[in-house]
Design a protein around this ligand. Structure first.
Ligand SMILES: N[C@@H](CCC(=O)N[C@@H](CS)C(=O)NCC(=O)O)C(=O)O
Length: 203
């Protein structure tokens, strides 16, 4: 398998999961501006949508969209417990949680990265994002991980919460989230993924 990634992007979450599962993979860096890859190719030929993450399977299939990639990977090793079994009620809860992260938190961050959106408008998006953080903060004040034990949703939430300092949002406003970041950030797979992304030469 090949994972196309950009440093500090949402692709960190499948990267973490690949390492948690101990699966073999090649890590291919994408330059977000030029869309060139560290293989010397055109990323748009891999994923015409132009964004990471993209996972290329050994049979040549290309899988995109973070929540789909995360669940595909977890199902390769069901015994890992990174996702509840397909068809179970717990799996429905995972869908609910991944959808919340992707559409409410991840997508809620997107306007805050934009250089074109005026600060006053960004303030409105920031307020809404903080309300979403209240929701996950409340869950994580009752339990260490979103669905009880560490899983793919936690890898995803960890990844998007790493962006908060870039929006001048202080995670210490949500002590349970700050503890979650320490807890997840201390995992060997997470440290290895972050270090590998930092060390990967630009494309
Ligand atoms: N819906 C996609 C969104 C992926 C996404 O937002 N990727 C960002 C990085 S976090 C990206 O590559 N942006 C560059 C671009 O859109 O050109 C998913 O959930 O996987």
């Amino acid at each position: 398998m090949k994972l196309y990634f950009a440093p500090n992007a949402c692709s960190l979450s499948p990267h973490i999961v690949l390492r948690e599962l101990g699966l073999p993979f090649d890590l291919i860096r994408v330059n977000s501006k030029t869309k060139r890859t560290s293989e010397g190719g055109d990323f748009l030929a891999v994923n015409p949508k132009g964004y990471v993450a993209a996972l290329v399977l050994d049979n040549g299939e290309v899988l995109t969209e973070g929540p789909a990639i995360l669940q595909y990977l977890a199902d390769l090793k069901p015994q890992s417990g990174l996702a509840p079994p397909s068809g179970s009620w717990e799996r429905v809860r995972l869908h609910e949680t991944l959808n919340f992260i992707t559409s409410e938190i991840h997508a809620g961050c997107s306007p805050l990265f934009s250089a074109e959106i005026p600060d006053a408008v960004k303030g409105l998006f920031r307020q809404k994002l903080c309300k979403r953080l209240d929701t996950v903060g409340a869950t994580l004040s009752r339990q260490d991980y979103l669905l009880g034990s560490f899983g793919v949703a936690d890898a995803y939430l960890y990844t998007v919460l790493l962006w908060l300092p870039r929006f001048s949002i202080d995670i210490d406003g949500w002590p349970a989230l700050a503890r979650f970041m320490e807890r997840v950030g201390a995992r060997e797979a997470v440290k290895a993924a972050v270090a590998a992304e930092e060390a990967a030469p630009d494309a």
